[in-house]
Design a protein around this ligand. Structure first.
Ligand code: FMN
Length: 320
């Protein structure tokens, strides 16, 4: 959260995470890795693809999802509520919406937009808050809930504190309790290893979101680099695999989908259109991403979102 003057995104200093550009910055490592992945061409017999995607038994128009953002209503000017504005974009485009840390009353306003939504709850040290927010979200129609398990550490090496709420560790036994309490599919957001993916499976999670939460962990491996191993490890579990971090174009989305994701979430890539133009800007950005995704699928003979093939991707340079 530094270097506001270098930020490509509008918003107050400290609220919008900005890449530091230093060697430990997992955002920089991730961008370099995504850009290093090249695609071969398979055009004979290739036809315009269908982007329709099934997630948790529902049909969406594209495998690109809205991000689990938070706090942005504080940035909205003239009564605007960006958290609701991007939910309206999800509804208009028939995409899966995600929401991060918001007080329940803010969440209720977003849920009222009526876009199918996944509610991500912080790993609060006070487990009663987690259980209460799970219950509130389910009662307000969340189609899935989850925890960003990767938001535990602070820069001082202890547990983070957000908006005055102390966060705490996420133990396997706790995760099992939350899965049981949820009554809807439960997502572990912030899985960046086969180790955690298998624990999420053992806890009964129905999905993992492979992510390092815009570079929370120094020197974090790019989510798309660990994705194929997680896909192999979860084979036969019936779990869905999502991915985010640095997904800014349909070409980025294609690479994550080819490497094993069932769907991907945009992140800070929608911040500028969202904060400047609201719903309309997000709709335009996602439409362009869908076009880019469709373009690469057509060039590579991928006819639908169930037919991605990792052998199309060729790493051109090492990030080691
Ligand atoms: C302003 C902002 C708020 C966020 N709030 C949350 C949150 O409350 N919970 C969460 O799981 N992730 C949160 N995230 C992380 C995103 O869901 C996502 O993992 C991340 O932005 C992906 O990386 P990218 O921005 O490089 O695409 C937030 C991101 C931003 C930019």
């Amino acid at each position: 959260m530094e270097n506001k003057k270098n930020s490509p995104w509008p918003g107050p200093e400290g609220l919008i995470p900005v890449t530091s550009g230093k060697s430990d910055d997992a955002n920089v490592i991730n961008r370099r890795y995504l850009d290093s992945l090249l695609v071969e061409m398979r055009v004979i017999d290739s036809v315009k693809p269908c982007l329709t995607t099934r997630i948790f038994g529902r049909e969406f128009s594209s495998p690109i999802m809205m991000p689990a953002f938070s706090h942005l209503n504080k940035v909205g000017k003239n009564g605007r509520k960006p958290m609701e504005e991007y939910a309206f974009a999800a509804k208009q485009l028939r995409l899966l919406n995600w929401v991060g840390m918001e007080p329940d009353e803010e969440y209720a306003g977003i849920a009222a937009v009526d876009a199918p939504t996944v509610r991500i709850i912080k790993p609060f040290a006070d487990h009663d808050i987690i259980l209460e927010q799970i219950d509130f979200a389910v009662k307000h129609g969340a189609i899935a809930v989850g925890i960003d398990i990767d938001h535990i550490a602070n820069k001082d090496g202890g547990y983070d504190v957000v908006d005055g709420h102390p966060l705490g560790p996420v133990m396997l036994a706790d995760l099992k309790d939350y899965v049981k309490a949820a009554r809807v599919p439960f997502v572990a957001k912030g899985v960046l290893s086969v180790n955690d993916a298998l624990k999420a499976r053992d806890a009964g999670c129905r999905a993992v979101l492979v992510s390092h939460h815009h570079g929370r962990i120094p020197f974090g491996i790019p989510p798309t680099a660990v994705l194929p191993r997680i896909k192999d490890a979860l084979q036969g579990s019936g779990m869905m695999i999502f991915c985010d971090c640095g997904i800014d174009t349909g070409y980025d989305a294609y690479k994550a989908l080819a490497l094993g994701a069932d769907a991907v979430a945009v992140g800070r890539g929608i911040l500028a259109p969202l904060l400047k133009e609201g719903t309309e800007g997000v709709v335009r950005k996602i439409r362009q991403m869908n076009e880019q995704l469709s373009e690469l699928m057509l060039y590579t003979g991928i006819k639908d979102t169930a037919s991605f093939d990792s052998s199309i991707i060729h790493p051109s340079v090492s990030v080691q």
